[in-house]
Design a protein around this ligand. Sequence first.
Ligand code: PGA
Length: 254
Amino acid sequence: MEKYPIVAGNWKMHKTTTEGKSFVEETINMLLDIEKVTIIFGPPFTALFDLDVKTPFFLGAQNCHWESHGAFTGEISTDMLVDCGVHYVIIGHSERRHVFHESDDWINRKVHAVLNAGMTPILCIGEKLEDRESDNTQSVLSSQLIEGLKGIDSLENIVLAYEPVWAIGTGITASVGQVNDTHNVIRQELKVVFSDSESETVPILYGGSVNPGNATELISVDGVDGFLIGGASLTSEPFTEIARQVEQHMKEKS
Ligand code: PGA
């Protein structure tokens, strides 16, 4: 099956169930003719319930626990997500890593749990500004990849998202050159563990202040297979406009 580029929205802690439902309906109605883009809505847990979406639209969760059930107050298991019709789970988002101090070990357990439940993890990696300024981007990304993907033998059902922490929610986007270089670095690092062909083809999304003003330029970067979008995924206009730019790019390519 052909893999289409992904436009994924991460709503973070925004939208009630009611708001989410009407947003999803409105957005789908605006994108009924989309053919070559996979579109993922990433609501908070409460708004995942009772959303009915069909290909090319999918539901993504923003987190999960690695155990299937048990005494884990405040957590949500992969079974619960599957039951809501979720296909993708964002794992290791920079806010989970840096605000909630999730370790690489936890992130790795979650990646396994998501795969075992038959869903696709969107594993987020990204360096902080101080890492980039001290020339440590490659080593940070390499260790996030190696630790996050420990014990995984194939990249077949994995999506990666490169999100430089300094570009998230700041309005500062990584430059085309930085994105191109970093996606190449990620693919090279993957080759240390995985086959060349999987490392070359695993979808790597870019995330960090993506908006309708930079989407066309960024989707044209070699090695960028779509976007993970925060702020611009919360209203239909920018989100659908980004999806249209990605679709247009695909049409021009074929
Ligand atoms: P942003 O967020 O698009 O608002 O920068 C991206 C993300 O956190 O995934």
